[in-house]
Design a protein around this ligand. Structure first.
Ligand code: BYC
Length: 325
């Protein structure tokens, strides 16, 4: 189906008709592509979500990068390096997808470095032991997959296609983490204790990754209308809990929630209250590692300036040689 091209001069009536046609395409499950007409609000909404997602992948390299030099074996080190490299790749696909909406990478990075842009709350927690690296793969990548599988069918084409590729890689990441945590949980008592301690610290922040309760989620209504979201924050969180609790049981680890219990009527686990005060504190920049993460990103950006300059100079030289030939 052909996209809706924007006419040269658009009156308010045209705009309203274009918006109706746009919604009809969304309702018919036709992907919105970069050259299609879209309401300005949709464009902004997608830039918000895709850039936040890209920043999350980008900042998400830091807690794990902290353990590359301390991975316990060469095999673990190689796998961790590959995983972190994948996260950089995910950020690159997502920044590219956001650029198709007319924003620039420089602008997005400026918003991240100034603290204006959000990124996932989960990356503002410290990685204190090797078990945290296993737990990030198991829980954080596990939660990301639950959320991102739903995003593979999101209405904006470049975002949906990036998600398909990212999900494939995330499932390797989840298994990498689960393998680490399985080894520790089935190891010496000290190793098992380390795995339990990591689960105790990461469980609640992992549940917070899905965002506020549906009733407190201001973006959800329009996200459903535009088919950006297919499942609600609470539904995805519930799916994650139902999937993960049996894994913790298999590992012989205890989920740190005294209210967690199987509900035979709903066929789901009931679980305890999330500390939303902590969630909002972290989202607003006052978590354990927010300042460190932004400092690290800013200095990496400054230290990398010469690489960007060299790449631009190289490209300019190549262009000049080509046009002279
Ligand atoms: N952290 O109206 P709501 C990875 C914000 S990285 C921070 O429900 P929405 C990985 C939200 O932005 C994967 N902020 O929002 C990488 C909104 O603020 P604004 C990361 C959060 O958008 C390295 C406000 O709260 N995944 O896998 O409908 C190593 C109200 O929320 C959070 C994504 O980025 C949060 N947790 O739903 C390992 C997924 N939650 O923007 C692994 C893409 C909410 O109005 N994003 N906020 O100022 C989404 O699917 C949705 O944006 C969310 C939130 C479900 C997260």
């Amino acid at each position: 189906m052909a996209g809706v091209e924007k006419p040269e001069l658009v009156t308010a009536a045209d705009e309203a008709a274009l918006e109706v046609a746009f919604q009809a395409r969304v309702d018919a499950e036709t992907r919105i592509e970069p050259r299609d007409w879209m309401p300005e609000k949709y464009r902004k909404f997608m830039v918000r979500q895709i850039s936040q997602h890209a920043h999350s992948e980008y900042v998400g390299m830091l807690p794990e990068g902290n353990w590359i030099t301390r991975a316990p074996t060469l095999r673990r080190k190689a796998a961790l390096l590959a995983k972190i490299q994948d996260e950089a790749g995910h950020a690159a696909y997502l920044y590219s997808a956001a650029e198709t909406l007319g924003t620039s990478r420089d602008q997005m990075l400026e918003d991240l470095h100034s603290g204006k842009a959000k990124y996932s709350s989960i990356f503002n927690y410290p990685t204190l032991t090797w078990a945290d690296i296993g737990t990030i793969g198991w829980l954080v990548d596990g939660a990301a997959i639950v959320n991102q599988v739903a995003l593979c069918r999101t209405s904006y084409g470049p975002y949906a296609r990036a998600m398909v590729r990212i999900c494939k890689e995330e499932s390797f990441h989840q298994r990498q983490g689960f393998e680490i945590i399985t080894t520790l949980a089935h190891g010496a008592p000290e190793q098992k204790a380390m795995a339990q301690d990591a689960l105790n610290r990461w469980w609640w922040p992992a549940l917070m990754m899905f965002g506020p309760h549906d009733a407190d989620s201001p973006n959800s209504e329009i996200a459903f209308k535009w088919k950006v979201k297919r499942q609600s924050n609470d539904d995805l969180r519930q799916r994650f809990v139902d999937m993960t609790v049996p894994q913790a049981d298999y590992l012989g680890l205890t989920v740190p929630d005294p209210d967690l219990k199987w509900n035979g009527e709903t066929g789901q686990y009931d679980f305890g209250a999330i500390d939303w005060e902590e969630f909002w504190r972290v989202v607003k920049g006052d978590g354990l590692c927010n300042r460190d993460r932004l400092d690290a990103r800013r200095s990496a950006h400054e230290d990398g300036a010469w690489v960007r300059e060299a790449a631009l100079a190289h490209a300019a030289k190549k262009r000049a040689t080509k046009s002279a030939a």
